[in-house]
Design a protein around this ligand. Sequence first.
Ligand SMILES: NC(=O)C1=CN([C@@H]2O[C@H](COP(=O)(O)OP(=O)(O)OC[C@H]3O[C@@H](n4cnc5c(N)ncnc54)[C@H](O)[C@@H]3O)[C@@H](O)[C@H]2O)C=CC1
Ligand SMILES: O=C(O)/C=C/C=C(\O)C(=O)O
Length: 486
Amino acid sequence: MNTHDNIIIQNYSNGKYTNPKSNNWIDNYEPASGKIYSKIPNSNAQDIEEAVAFAKAAFTTWSTTTIDERSHILLKIAEGIENRLQELVEAESRDNGKPVKLAKAVDIPRAASNFRFFGHAITQFASESHESVGLQAMNFTLRKPIGVVGCISPWNLPLYLFTWKIAPAIAAGNCVIAKPSEVTPMTAFLLGEICTEAGLPPGVLNIMHGLGTSTGQAILDHPDIKAISFTGGTKTGEHIARTCAPKFKKLSLELGGKNPNIIFADCDYDRMLKTTLHSSFANQGQICLCGSRIFVERPLYDRFKKDFVARVKELVVAHPASAKANLGALVSKSHLEKVQSYIALAPDEGGTILCGGNQVIIPEYEEGYYLEPTVIEVQSNRCKLNQEEIFGPVVTIMPFDTEEEVLEYANDVTYGLSSTLWTKDIDRTMRMSNALQAGIVWVNTWMMRDLRTPFGGVKASGVGREGGFEALRFFTEPKNVCIKYN
Ligand SMILES: NC(=O)C1=CN([C@@H]2O[C@H](COP(=O)(O)OP(=O)(O)OC[C@H]3O[C@@H](n4cnc5c(N)ncnc54)[C@H](O)[C@@H]3O)[C@@H](O)[C@H]2O)C=CC1
Ligand SMILES: O=C(O)/C=C/C=C(\O)C(=O)O
């Protein structure tokens, strides 16, 4: 076996670390070196069956645990993550290929914030009452936890997105069967221990590892898992919707994006240029919110093209542990190949590669999955490069002449997750924000997150919203009580 480490990742079920019943294991690769460094369980329906039984048993107590106590435990988990910051940062970087400094600045602090945020939010969550005036009746609405829920997360922001689902689910009184991506299982594995130390009762959170087609599918199929919160690719989202609809499971789907970054000539140029570098290539472009289609108003186009390409050429692709790394490795060999296959389409699609396009070979890490940040000038918004989610360090640029024209380009995709707008014109800002088909519009900024705001997409980018009370509403079932009085 091509291994230089021997880490065994286990499931965390009923508060204990366990092996999969089938003793079936999957290799886990380190993207920076392309080598196997750990093994993870490929859990099957029997493992899920057992975890659901533990979760159901825990639900009786957890759903009636006071809000104060639940809040206290969530805040302790946040503290536990912060206490182990460096270990989690290194684990995340090694598992995913992202720069250590990115995991330290963004991923792990955000995982702690997710628990802290929902630890506080649950203390402020309230339900409504409606007085039926003139009819001598009063309605009040209870918000009950659903029971056992499933949380399935992807590999691009591993602990960040895993905890973004788990924290509101358990805050609201549910018990959880959670599956991290099989490609990045490491920090989810470490989270189990942190939860135990924080006093989370056994069975409230069960972290089950394995492939989507085995472990994930068993979660979708289990009749006692009543809701699924999923983040990942649109194709997988479609499959989840098809599987769960006939079973009447509640669904929250956060899927892909093909987000426009619309730059008007009146923008704050320096701020726009700096942020556009970031919104194009942060996390190697593997964020569903990245602005992968850049549209620039014609009077600014040539200046932007020259400056942007020059700045992209300065970005350093390096081993994730290097302090110099602006970009680390892509998450997997298959993903690298997928991204390269899009770059290869450029000539046939009338695209011109302005910079990048090549794999980067790092001495001593020749088998790692490194790719140059790539800018492609395209002639039409209808090409595949502008229509399909590439999910890597590849952006396209294209000029436009009018607001109407760019609005048409922006909306002419199947996706509708986020949009970024650069302008100082307030009327234009209002018109465009209103007309853009997206769940999130950023104006003169990108990925500025306030965890209270609704987060999610329209069209093929998903169904439902996460964040703030939206998430607590998703993870609770409203029950209206109507009382007639004399
Ligand atoms: N947040 C986002 O928008 C993300 C988008 N993607 C997009 O999706 C493409 C494919 O990436 P993948 O790693 O294949 O993502 P994926 O959508 O297949 O994986 C996300 C999660 O879903 C699970 N999963 C897969 N099949 C499942 C099934 N049948 N039942 C239940 N769970 C299942 C996976 O094990 C993983 O935990 C990427 O190239 C990218 O374009 C990928 C990750 C995140
Ligand atoms: O909640 C956030 O701040 C970011 C979420 C990002 C994704 O869902 C993604 O990239 O998949």
